[in-house]
Design a protein around this ligand. Structure first.
Ligand SMILES: [Zn+2]
Length: 451
């Protein structure tokens, strides 16, 4: 293995020990470092001195080409230490945890504040620290600064100044934005074949959610069905996609019948998806208030898996891994949230009109799930579990109409918004434009327009 080969090099041993120390302070051996974080540590090559060619030229990325010759105790070397923010982390805490002195950490965070508020650091943000140290020194070394990307459009470098303080420089990236398209035939699932056709996962998820009102992804999609999608994409100046935006248009052709949706902003600023005639895709209730689940039991008579005798199943079951988020099926108010006998942890939402929905066997509740709270459609209310009388992790979902249990998979959902008058005219113009753009684009390529 390449990595082991490198590690065996005597000249690098102190470096390996150092990185083991940095990555997992409790242990002293390289074998305890998982190879993923180790290799990203070693081979991370994002430019440290952005917009500062002189500093960039002076920078030696580790490991150097000929380590045996160039590494002597007299030569300090620079190295990068990327760390990823976790929930609850502060920038100062992250820096101190990586071996930066407290006063330096505070000063560096202060310098960043001029461009980006360090309190806005979120889990997953990567901060790439730069140190300089002498061979044989077992401390992390002198802290030189760090880089981070507050978002896909910007990069910030905080670097030590001559007087020992820190200064921040913002580099705005040159970006272009435009539509990208993909299309294909479904042989496995929209997810698998969509990804194969180059549709990014967040785009697929948005597409699935937009269609989830009308399409039962469990039953309605058959091999040979087709999809088309166009979404907003952002590229950097090297032509690499750096951000995937919203779905502009999508079409599923199911058993020969086309279902198209178009993104449209209504006069009151709401953004939604509408079919070719301007009928809102969104319905008042979701049939499937969970992503990525498998329908494991239908509504109606069945032999109960635990009780053994035939019993009417008053809802549908979706098998999903424990902890999978559960969405409120529609806007409404929480009517019940707590233990409820065989249902285990249970939530019931009262919606406008005469519908309510119920969710059972949850592992835990989201904060919003308190009696009396207002919830919006799609808001996470709890997580899949197996509490109450249940054989394994799943969501038991019920729709009640005027207090009567109905089959969530076949009940006719209350319709969504229908565009009319001036709005419909404006929508038809948007639709025409989108159709024309989609036809002009070639799969995988895009006409980038200046931002
Ligand atoms: Zn059930």
């Amino acid at each position: 293995m390449l990595l082991r080969g490198i590690l065996a090099t005597a000249a690098l041993l102190s470096f390996a020990l150092l990185s083991a120390h940095l990555l997992s302070p409790a242990t002293g051996t390289v074998d305890d470092v998982d190879s993923d974080s180790f290799s990203s540590f070693m081979f991370s090559v994002a430019p440290f001195s952005l917009g500062n060619p002189a500093a960039a030229a002076a920078l030696t990325l580790y490991p150097p080409a000929t380590p045996q010759e160039s590494l002597t105790a007299a030569d300090p070397f620079r190295y990068r230490h990327p760390i990823r923010a976790k929930s609850g982390d502060t920038l100062t805490g992250l820096l101190v945890g990586a071996g930066v002195g407290r006063s330096d950490a505070v000063a560096a965070a202060d310098a960043l504040r001029e461009i980006f508020d360090p309190r806005r650091i979120r889990p997953g943000h990567e901060v790439s620290l730069m140190f300089e140290r002498a061979v044989g020194d077992d401390s992390p070394g002198d802290f030189l600064g760090f880089t981070m990307a507050p978002d896909f459009a910007r990069e910030v470098e905080v670097a030590r100044t001559e007087n020992g303080g820190f200064t921040a420089i913002e580099i705005e990236k040159a970006l272009t934005r435009g539509p990208a398209r993909a299309a294909g035939i479904i042989d496995n699932s929209l997810f698998v074949d969509g990804e194969r056709a180059g549709v990014p996962i967040p785009v697929l998820l948005e597409m699935i959610r937009a269609f989830s009102w009308d399409v039962d992804f469990q039953r309605d999609i058959l091999p040979g069905d087709a999809f088309e999608v166009m979404w907003q994409r952002t590229w950097d100046d090297a032509g690499q996609p750096v951000h995937e935006g919203f779905v502009l248009y999508a079409k599923l052709t199911l058993s020969g019948s086309p279902h198209a949706i178009y993104r449209f902003e209504t006069a009151n600023g709401d953004i939604g998806y509408f079919d070719q005639k301007g009928q809102g895709a969104r319905k008042a209730l979701l049939r499937t208030p969970i992503d990525g689940a498998r329908l494991s039991s239908r509504f109606g008579k069945r032999t109960h898996p635990i009780l053994g005798y035939t019993k009417v199943h008053k809802g549908v079951d979706f098998a999903a891994p424990p902890g999978t988020p559960i969405y409120a099926a529609g806007d409404g108010r929480i009517e019940k949230a707590g233990r409820n006998g065989a249902y285990g942890n249970y939530i019931r939402i009262r919606h406008h009109s005469d519908y309510s929905t119920a969710y059972a066997h949850l592992s835990r509740f989201a904060k919003i799930a308190r009696v009396g709270s207002r919830v919006r459609q799609g808001q996470v209310i709890g997580y899949v579990g197996t509490t109450g009388r249940s054989t394994g992790p799943h969501l038991h979902y019920e729709i009640l109409r005027a207090g009567v249990h109905t089959n969530p998979l076949s009940v006719k959902m209350p319709a969504g918004e229908k565009l009319a008058g001036k709005q419909l005219e404006r929508f038809m113009a948007v639709r025409k434009d989108v159709d024309r753009t989609f036809a002009e684009l070639v799969d995988g390529k895009a006409i980038a327009t200046a931002d």
